[in-house]
Design a protein around this ligand. Structure first.
Ligand SMILES: [Zn+2]
Length: 389
């Protein structure tokens, strides 16, 4: 006999609610157990949010994230990973993909095994391999001695090490084996992401034709856009098959460049990511990023050797607030880029990414300055809004 479960019905009312169809003032979200039951029904409120200027949005989805809360997804223990996950959850990110950096294949295989267990438990949504198949010319904060060409057999091995949890591989598709590897990843149902690349315009277009669908942190770690040499950026921006990752921390991209890219790709082709490292939600200091040393000063992470930017200390609530208050991006477009699009890329649109009936009750309550005052994940409060609740 099935165990009897009592589900609690929560009706959040009186806030502005951002739905796929638009913004509803004085909207209503009904949560039943772990799911959203309704987003319009006029049920009796159990939680009255009226009169505070609150906005309810879907939980954020981060497809590129190396850690937070002082802990690393890239090289940490299971406990470390959960610390990072918890930190990002408190900032509204209810779905996280863990990103690795370039390490030896053995080390990556071991970390993938650990991460895949956390995916199985539902704490992570997948694994993103960033490196080792990247260009030495655009290596960013990756250990050059461990880089390698994307030969398809090695790519397959790494995907298999993730035991079904590998969701995305960033690669420089112009390297030997690059195009074949893109085809292989597309066949395996894993996102081929173009990044840390030195490819030109035509080479990038060929990789898109082969099945690549994501641009890893567009603009960062790739040749710049030039008027006679459009390079990868123009190819990635103009092709409707590509979703571009943007790091909206004010350090990786000048706001005007971010706005230009957002406008050019359109709201349904942008994914806001953090590319966060351990210092996100934690603080300045010395950290490791895989095998490399990183110093974080005033929230900016740089390699001790060479000074390359080494990931961010961003959390997605800050990316959200910047988009709406500084970049002039509408609430619905911001929600699209921070929740719906990444959910679609992960193949999880049936469960997350919008506040629609039947989906997981993953939601964020923002105050009038767009600071997080509440986070609910699968119907349970991670951060409980204060007041009459
Ligand atoms: Zn990264």
């Amino acid at each position: 006999m099935a165990p009897v479960t009592t589900t609690q019905r929560t009706v959040l009312a009186g806030a502005r609610v951002v739905l796929p169809s638009g913004v509803v003032e004085n909207g209503r979200i009904t949560v039943d157990g772990t799911r959203i039951a309704a987003n319009e029904q006029a049920e009796q409120a159990t939680h009255d949010l009226a009169g505070r200027g609150y906005t309810l949005v879907p939980g954020f989805v981060d497809i590129h994230n190396h850690g937070g809360g002082g802990a690393s997804f890239t090289s940490g223990t299971a406990e470390d990973v959960l610390t990072g996950v918890r930190t990002h959850r408190e900032h509204g990110t209810t779905t996280v993909v863990a990103s690795t950096v370039t390490e030896s294949l053995d080390a990556l295989g071991r970390q993938a095994a650990l991460l895949s267990e956390l995916v199985e438990q539902g704490d992570l949504a997948g694994i993103h391999y960033e490196g080792p198949f990247i260009s030495p010319c655009r290596k960013g904060a990756h250990d050059e001695t461990l880089l390698r060409d994307p030969d398809p057999a090695t790519v397959r091995k790494l995907v298999e090490a993730g035991r079904g949890a590998a969701k995305m591989v960033t690669l420089a598709t112009e390297l030997p084996g690059g195009i074949e590897s893109v085809r292989l990843l597309a066949d395996l149902g894993v996102i081929a992401a173009i990044g840390h690349t030195d490819a030109g315009y035509e080479q990038t277009a060929a990789a898109i034709d082969a099945g690549a669908t994501v641009a890893t942190h567009l603009f960062n770690a790739m040749p710049p856009l030039q008027h006679r040499e459009p390079g990868p950026i123009a190819a990635l921006l103009e092709d409707e098959r590509i979703t571009v990752e943007l790091i909206n921390d004010g350090t990786h991209l000048h706001p005007s460049v971010l706005e230009l890219a957002f406008g050019s790709a359109g709201a349904d082709r942008v994914a806001f990511i953090t590319d966060a490292m351990d210092a996100a939600g934690f603080g300045d200091g010395m950290y490791d990023l895989g095998p490399l040393k990183v110093e974080v000063l005033q929230g900016v992470a740089r390699l001790v050797e060479g000074g390359s930017i080494a990931g961010s200390t961003l959390t997605l609530d800050t990316a959200f607030r910047r988009a709406v208050t500084l970049d002039g991006i509408s609430l619905t477009d911001t929600v699209q880029a921070i929740s719906a699009n990444p959910a679609r890329l992960l193949g999880m649109s049936d469960r997350i990414g919008s506040l629609e009936p039947g989906k997981d009750a993953d939601l964020v309550v923002l105050d009038e300055e767009y600071a997080v005052v509440g986070v609910m994940r699968r119907g349970a409060w991670v951060v409980r809004p204060e007041g009459r609740l």
